[in-house]
Design a protein. Sequence first.
Length: 181
Amino acid sequence: MKTILHLLLTVSAVCLASCGTVAPVNSKTGGSAAAVAGGRSFNRVLVKDFRNAADPGNPAANAAGQILANKIQSEILRLKPAANVARSGDADAGTVVIGGEITRFTEGNAALRLFVGMGAGSSYFDANIRVSDSTGKVITTLVADKNSWGLGGSLAAGQTVETFMTEAARKTAAEVAPLLK
């Protein structure tokens, strides 16, 4: 009985760990965006639409680039209500620019995730999110690598690309907010 319990706990931990992350990739410094920026602060954020590098023929994936950018804008304003966050315009010396590309976008099927599980109907969302200054020098890069839980049930059914984009936006806002005056 103990062996079965240990096996189930191990399998559950592996499955939960495989649901993906949204993490900064700062290979040179290993630090947060604020540490990489070297004490610089910015008074404006420009959030550009994300390019669909996953499936240019998919209208939902094309729209996801604007949706992700809007979510990032909303999350920054949630953390810093007085922040100057724009979706268009030119970047000046006091502007931090957020952009990137969506590299995988699969909506999947919630009913299959709910009733079948085992990867059937899985949803996937991967994106490269770059935070740079007005000159294009990258301050930090975040990689969103999200997928629905493989074992099915209501947890997996509720994991959609929309929820994955919200999580990516929250993480991005948390990295950018300390850079703002």
